[in-house]
Ligand binder design. Structure first.
Ligand SMILES: [Zn+2]
Length: 760
């Protein structure tokens, strides 16, 4: 009853009791398709399929047999021990596992291809459904190599051999996560491992990172597991943090400090700057809400905080503490407090106080530069911090590396922020700088309010900064300045136009392209967009022609496809799509052509059906064909088809393929359709509670992101505010926070576009 089985006291005897249950397996966590299925039991879904105590601190050894149609392949946590066929069915049994929590237990069965490889004396098996043999051939060695390298690194770092015997992984089409770390049977999203020849450098790095992330979980999460889901961030932070350490040697040409900055800070800020932010460590009364804990704060802010912890404790003591922690709690559970105690004994710093501000509280310090210049020299330089939640009055402790730029040179000064103000006496007497950037060394975390002359200088001279890390940090800071109203969106777009032709670092190019397109769609009014479109498209075309690598060509092309609006560019893209034009050096995959067809259909409504028909006819892969058919009505030029598609989402069965739903919603709410899509915002908000109940862990936030991401009008913002104002007092706080953080850009954009006059 309601997830409980009541055993009458009369049925229980003194001493050992044995309970046997027969049950019909629940289908929800089994992710069934016609010819394959896979389990996702995280965070507490196992009990929806079979009776169990579904919490992480109860570990069990599992044995499993599966009865499947002949010709199907199977994988599970344990190695296969027997295999017998009769009457068209096959019975497969698997060896008993090590002690595992319910969320780590997994199996999959279906029509899969299997690739096998040996690395360092270990056999790896990759299960997948990719029909494009060239794509598999192109990617498989790199995928096996990355796994082997991650395993070797982790065995060395932890001093503990891989704990779970065999090593298989499954690549799932349209998987709802990046990956899921089932011991001995990792599941991945196929598209992030099987890359196209046009893969961007970010995608190559992303693939290496997700593989290292899931492999790290074999130790951090699977071998030692959090006691309760309030500490789920611990396994995620270690996975992300170790992944960065593992990936670095494989990409010697990358600036990894810049990579750390760009992969974590902007995404963490995206949530932490909002009224909906949460602490890294959050209380969790009921495991049923565990899914709502996941998000940018635990995936992106926590690694930043963990890097600070490592700096505070020292790398050797940190590694030492982790080894002891893994050894002491192997095949068992531990909490954040257990780890902090272990590290605290290795350092004179007060880790408990540090942990309170960074781990137990949400938000970031607001840090202002105080600069006085007299007679061409710095007279006084200091940084003051303020808690944006005034009533809380929190003070953060952090190490910063401030950048002082002058005449084409950048000097980094390490300082410690502690208490309200940090003076920098060593700067006194230095010649007056062009700019001062508190996070110029890529370390400091906060909302930085630059002094006015530094901000002005960077807004017009940023490309002249010689160091790529400082340039990246300046971009992250100026984006915040735009959101805070200290810089105009149009200035950010022109700074991008000025920077792009001169930027040589691929990571910065990608980031600037991202900021340019985001500023374009979210923060420029439609009129302003029209004015800037020709120069933006011209710059992206030029960048595409000049790009020195396939991955950069891919990045430029995607940006161009994303912003395209002038008839010339749309016509040119159409010729690329119909393969009348080949762009030298740019290789487009089936997925690229699908995206192109979808974006073209949106921009050429009178021709939309023809474009989409032609595209449907040429898709070869059955999974992609099905996804395309699902998404198609959301792109339709016919408003009633879009209405019907949105209405169909009311049925949970139509929301099972979360990646498909999100893709459709992104087109439904595309900025070009924003006016006609405003009516879907209120029902989308109404559905959020049910989305959380029926969907997987990332779905509620992503649902809100795509529902609001295409909108910028004051009316859309008002719809969200009205919903929040009228929600009952008992409305779940976590969902309220999700709405507030997804709506943050909309609120800011509405303030900007509203102030600029009516947007249409
Ligand atoms: Zn993870």
């Amino acid at each position: 009853m309601n997830g409980h089985i009541v055993i009458p006291a009369s049925a229980i005897e003194t001493g050992e009791n044995r309970i046997e249950l027969t049950f019909r397996s629940g289908d929800t966590p089994l992710n069934r398709s016609d010819d394959f299925l896979y389990t996702i039991f995280v965070p507490a879904r196992a009990h929806e399929s079979f009776p169990c105590f579904d919490q992480p601190d109860l570990k069990a050894r599992w044995t499993l047999s599966l009865d499947v149609p002949d010709g199907w392949q199977t994988l599970a946590n344990g190695a296969e021990t027997s295999h017998a066929s009769s009457g068209g069915r096959t019975r497969v049994s698997f060896a008993e596992t090590k002690p595992l929590s319910t969320y780590q237990f997994a199996f999959a069965a279906g029509k899969f291809f299997i690739e096998t490889a040996e690395r360092n004396g270990r056999t790896f098996r990759m299960f997948h459904r990719e029909t494009d043999a060239a794509k598999v051939a192109r990617n498989k060695d790199a995928i096996f190599d990355l796994h082997a390298a991650a395993l070797a690194w982790l065995e060395r770092y932890t001093g503990i051999p891989y704990p779970f015997g065999k090593f298989d992984f499954l690549l799932v089409p349209s998987f709802q996560f990046g990956g899921m770390e089932h011991p001995g049977a990792i599941f991945y999203n196929a598209s992030s491992l099987f890359l196209d020849p046009s893969a961007t450098q970010n995608e190559l790095l992303g693939r290496a990172s997700v593989i290292s992330h899931e492999t790290t979980h074999m130790w951090f999460g699977d071998l030692v597991t959090m006691r309760w889901f309030n500490d789920v961030w611990m396994k995620e932070v270690f996975a992300n943090y170790m992944a960065a350490k593992i990936v670095n040697p494989s990409f010697p040409n990358i600036n990894h400090e810049l990579r750390f900055l760009l992969s974590y800070y902007p995404s963490a800020y995206e949530v932490d700057r909002t009224a909906g932010s949460n602490a890294i460590r959050q209380p969790l009364a009921n495991l049923a809400d565990a899914g709502t804990l996941y998000g940018a704060i635990i995936y992106q802010k926590a690694p930043i905080v963990m890097r600070q912890l490592e700096t505070l404790v020292g790398a050797d003591a940190f590694q030492d503490g982790l080894r002891e922690y893994l050894k002491r709690y192997a095949f068992s559970n531990a909490s954040w407090t257990d780890l902090i105690e272990m590290l605290d004994s290795r350092t004179p710093e007060d880790l408990a106080a540090w942990s309170h501000a960074w781990v137990d509280e949400p938000g970031r310090p607001s840090i202002a530069t105080e600069l006085q210049v007299a007679d061409g020299r710095i007279r006084h330089l200091a940084f003051s911090q303020r808690d944006p939640v005034a009533a809380r009055g929190l003070a953060w402790t952090e190490r910063m590396q401030i950048a002082i730029g002058r005449e084409g040179k950048v000097t980094l000064l390490p300082i410690e922020l502690y208490g309200a103000t940090a003076e920098v006496p060593s700067a006194s007497g230095m010649p007056a700088p062009d700019f001062i950037l508190p996070n110029g060394g890529g370390i400091a975390y906060g909302d930085f309010h630059l002094d006015q002359s530094s901000r002005q200088w960077l807004l017009s001279h940023l490309p002249e900064v010689p160091d790529e890390l400082t340039r990246g940090a300046a971009w992250v800071t100026l984006w915040d300045a735009m959101l805070d109203g200290d810089a105009a969106p149009a200035n950010i777009v022109s700074l991008a136009l000025d920077s792009l032709p001169r930027e040589r670092d691929e990571q910065n190019v990608q980031r600037i392209l991202g900021y340019a397109t985001e500023a374009y769609w979210k923060f420029l009014t439609p009129d302003a967009r029209q004015r800037v479109a020709p120069s933006l498209e011209r710059a992206f075309r030029t960048g595409l022609d000049a790009a020195p690598s396939a991955s950069l060509k891919g990045a430029w092309f995607n940006a161009l496809r994303d912003v395209a609006s002038t008839p010339e560019t749309v016509a040119w893209l159409r010729s690329v799509w119909s393969q009348q034009i080949q762009v030298p050096g740019l290789v487009l995959s089936e997925t690229d052509y699908i995206r192109l067809a979808e974006d073209l259909a949106l921009r050429q409504p009178s021709d939309a059906e023809r474009i989409l028909d032609d595209e449907a006819a040429r898709i070869k892969n059955p999974d992609r064909k099905a996804q395309f058919a699902f998404v198609r009505p959301a792109i339709s030029a016919d408003a009633s088809a879009r209405d019907a598609w949105f209405a169909s989402l009311a049925a949970p069965a139509n929301r099972r393929r979360e990646a498909w739903v999100l893709e459709g919603l992104r087109y439904l709410h595309h900025p070009l359709r924003a006016a006609s899509a405003e009516k879907y915002i209120a029902p989308g908000l109404e559905m959020l509670q049910e989305i959380q109940r029926t969907g997987d862990i990332f779905f509620p936030k992503r649902w809100m992101d795509v529902t609001l991401g295409g909108h910028q009008s004051p009316a859309a913002a008002a719809t969200v505010r009205r919903f929040l104002a009228h929600a009952p007092a008992a409305y779940p706080d976590r969902l309220r926070r999700i709405i507030l953080s997804s709506a943050d850009d909309l609120f800011r954009a509405a303030a900007i576009t509203g102030a600029a006059g009516p947007s249409r």
